[in-house]
Design a binder for this molecule. Structure first.
Ligand SMILES: NC(=O)c1ccc[n+]([C@@H]2O[C@H](COP(=O)([O-])OP(=O)(O)OC[C@H]3O[C@@H](n4cnc5c(N)ncnc54)[C@H](OP(=O)(O)O)[C@@H]3O)[C@@H](O)[C@H]2O)c1
Length: 326
């Protein structure tokens, strides 16, 4: 009998340890955000949705930036029903990162309706998206994950500068490590040619890290800090196009394993939350599992971050130069 009890305790302890390990870091910061305005892109789903609910609990005024406005309205209602915020503390706004025009209109409305913004969370993203060009003639993965947030951030710099302290959090991924400089240049230079969806995703997320580093340097004499956050592997609809998970049978079969090794959306939101709340005001950093981490050596390359920033400005017709200066 006692063997069974000890066996049970050992199995229970090991399982608990394994589940805790894969659940990742937890943001223990108790700070509140009453009255501070935070923009969350891709707020209606997965990590963005979990993050929005958590920020609501802390009293932040939310701008839910969603490409499907109805999904944003549904989330707004859910948050109001939870009792943490009232109808005047949540704004739902249309934003499609695959349209420069939409990004411009979104930013215009923010600049017109708000006096200051505390934080911008560039969370929206796609993974393993089929090769397709947006109407601005960029690859969907590249524009949604990299160019769109790049432009949006520049359009909002003026209003972010008005807040006493403000933060930009760019959501990235460990997938940036799979990319070398050749991939980065090849994908960036050619938007129409077929390539691996994995590489396209990795390139977009490496771009986010290089952008974070370079923008942080440019803004170092301002009130804005810019950091990147990796949520880890999280169970969300982002895997809808990924073959091992888009097949309903395989998806169901893998469920018990995913339950252990893949984070829930609220667990995935912890690192973003931590980077929004931490009292550490260092900038240009990479957070993973609620800790400062080193990204890949390429993402740390000073020369490359400067070069890639310049390259991106050229790609966009040098529209944002003045906005990024201190
Ligand atoms: N899940 C993971 O394992 C994981 C790991 C590392 C990094 N990440 C990153 O975490 C972020 C959030 O992903 P998630 O896992 O929460 O995925 P998700 O549930 O699919 O959420 C992605 C959000 O981005 C929005 N979005 C997609 N394309 C857009 C566009 N063109 N314009 C505006 N919004 C757009 C989606 O809107 P719709 O609902 O309308 O599609 C959705 O709200 C992404 O940047 C992702 O790369 C996720």
């Amino acid at each position: 009998m006692w063997k069974l009890v000890i066996g049970g305790i050992v199995i229970g302890t090991v399982s608990y340890g394994v589940i805790k390990y894969f659940a990742g870091g937890v943001c223990n910061c108790k700070a509140r955000l009453d009255g501070l305005v935070i923009i969350i892109t891709g707020a209606n789903s997965g990590i963005g949705k979990a993050l929005s609910k958590e920020l609501a609990k802390r009293g932040a005024t939310l701008i839910l930036a969603c490409r499907d406005i109805q999904k944003g309205i549904d989330l707004k209602q859910e948050i109001i029903n939870s009792g943490y915020l009232n109808v005047f503390q949540i704004y739902v706004k249309s934003l499609d990162l695959n349209s420069f025009d939409s990004i411009y209109k979104f930013s215009q409305s923010i600049n017109e309706e708000f006096h200051e913004i505390y934080a911008l969370v560039n969370n929206a993203g796609v993974f393993y998206h089929p090769q397709k060009l947006t109407k601005d003639k960029f690859d969907v993965t590249y524009q949604t994950n990299y160019l769109g947030p790049f432009i949006l951030t520049h359009y909002l710099l003026k209003i972010l500068k008005r807040s006493e302290h403000s933060r930009i959090i760019n959501v990235t991924s460990e997938a940036h490590r799979n990319v070398n400089v050749y991939d980065l240049k090849a994908v960036s230079n050619c938007q129409a040619e077929f390539r691996s969806h994995f590489t396209a995703y990795g390139v977009s997320k490496l771009g986010v890290l290089l952008f974070t580093k370079e923008l942080a340097k440019k803004l170092k004499c301002t009130n804005i800090i810019v950091n990147a956050a990796n949520p880890g592997n999280v169970e969300t609809p982002i895997y809808r196009n990924f073959p091992p998970l888009s097949n309903p049978w395989l998806f169901a079969l893998q469920w018990p394993i995913r339950k252990i090794v893949v984070k829930s959306p609220i667990q995935g939101a912890q690192t973003i939350l931590h980077s929004l709340l931490t009292s550490n005001r260092s900038t240009g950093q990479y957070y993973s599992d609620c800790k400062l981490c080193l990204p890949s050596p390429i993402a740390l390359d000073d020369h490359l971050s400067r070069e890639y920033y310049e390259f991106t400005l050229e790609l966009l017709g040098n529209k944002f130069l003045t906005e990024s200066e201190c």
